[in-house]
Ligand binder design. Structure first.
Ligand code: NDP
Length: 344
């Protein structure tokens, strides 16, 4: 069957397409840039998937009314991944408009022009689950990040950039569930939201150079695999972190969200584990054979006593998707090999 993947030239979406192709699906990706679309098609060709398996269509502006009307025609399922993820927006609407309109727009197109669509999966985020709190919290799918929406409503342009991004993801996911509620009598498909924390792992999407990498992979390489640890102090390395998932596990979660009947109507948090950066440094420094790349050391072992402010209950993902998560060592080895091939 045929699956539409929006924003297929992005970090996560390219792996979502790969996971689908590996399991025999045909993929139609939407791209903003014809040039990047052609580059990704060449990558998939090298991986054994020619134009009979992978095609791309140009959708220049996902926020525009009817942007996906043509793209949804004839597909059996949709993976909506496209959404801006950067921390450089001055005006919060720069993130909120494409996030919300892109999501509602693709659902509207599916309703109008996608009679064969059975399932729509959207890439939400733990950004739409968590909140900042003085005490450590284990979050579940019942938690919603209304806090970031309130901060952005109150402070507008002056709000922290991370709050602007988190608000865009929370508003987009809320809008998706509202759309489903409003149109439940008319739609042929069920919705799944996948909520990942930070996503790390190798890169298959077209990237001109290391400085144009997406936010999470960039942060990972800068902190874990660059001698100055991205400028972070030893104290910061020992105390700062979050939760993470390997990009390929996340891609499989997106595919499984299409395949598992029980996933319909669910938001699902997928997360391997909590970390502080020092844990990654220690894992990288104990790889065997040792990487031939100078690595930061930090204060070995200092992460062991860290308090993890944010953790997630991932039992729903376990029950419905049955995911297996890669370990830090597996992810590190593959990222290091990837960097070598790319000459970064
Ligand atoms: P990328 O920046 O690599 O991908 C973003 C994708 O969205 C690209 O396809 C990009 O298109 C497209 N896009 C960005 N801005 C716009 C816009 N204004 N209009 C239209 N399309 C746009 O990042 P990721 O792969 O990491 O992010 C993909 C999704 O995953 C996002 O929804 C993000 O919120 C979510 N996510 C990411 C996490 C992470 O740690 N990486 C964690 C949790 C959720 P183009 O290729 O043309 O630039």
């Amino acid at each position: 069957s045929k699956v539409l993947v929006s924003g297929v030239t992005g970090y996560i979406a390219a792996w979502v397409a790969d996971s689908l192709l590996q399991k025999g699906y045909t993929v139609r990706g939407t791209v903003r840039s014809e040039e990047k679309g052609a580059q990704l098609a060449a990558t998939f060709k090298e991986r054994g998937f020619g134009s009979d398996k992978f095609e791309y269509v140009v959708v220049k502006d996902i926020a525009k009314n009817g942007a996906f009307d043509e793209a949804v025609k004839g597909v059996d399922a949709i993976e909506h991944v496209a959404s801006p993820f950067h921390l450089k927006a001055d005006d919060p609407q720069e993130l909120i408009v494409p996030a919300v309109n892109g999501t509602v727009g693709i659902l509207e197109s599916a309703l109008k022009y996608g009679p064969s669509v059975k399932r729509v999966v959207i890439t939400s985020s733990c950004a739409s689950v968590l909140r900042v709190d003085p005490k450590p919290i284990v979050f579940t799918e019942d938690d919603w990040n209304d806090q970031s929406i309130q901060v952005v409503e109150k402070d507008g342009r002056a709000a922290p950039n991370i709050a602007k991004y988190r608000a865009s993801k929370t508003l987009a996911e809320k809008a998706a569930w509202e759309f489903v509620e409003k149109h439940k009598g008319e739609i042929s498909w069920s919705l799944v939201a996948i909520n990942p924390p930070f996503v790390f792992g190798p890169v298959i999407h077209p990237v001109a150079d290391i400085s144009s990498l997406n936010t999470s992979a960039n942060d990972f390489i800068a902190t874990v695999l660059t001698p100055d640890a991205g400028g972070k102090t030893d104290d910061a390395l020992a105390s700062q972190g979050s939760c993470w998932i390997d990009v390929r596990d996340l891609a499989d979660a997106h595919r499984l969200a299409l395949e598992k009947a029980d996933a319909g109507g669910q938001r699902i948090i997928v997360s391997a584990e909590a970390y502080v950066w020092q844990d990654w440094l220690d894992a990288a420094n104990s790889l065997s054979p040792p990487p031939d790349r100078p690595l930061p050391k930090g204060r070995p072992g200092a992460g062991k006593s860290a308090v993890h402010q944010i953790q997630y209950d991932t039992s729903k993902a376990q029950r419905i998707l049955g995911l297996k998560y890669r370990t830090k060592e597996e992810t590190l080895r593959d990222v290091l090999a990837d960097l070598k091939v790319k000459g970064w």
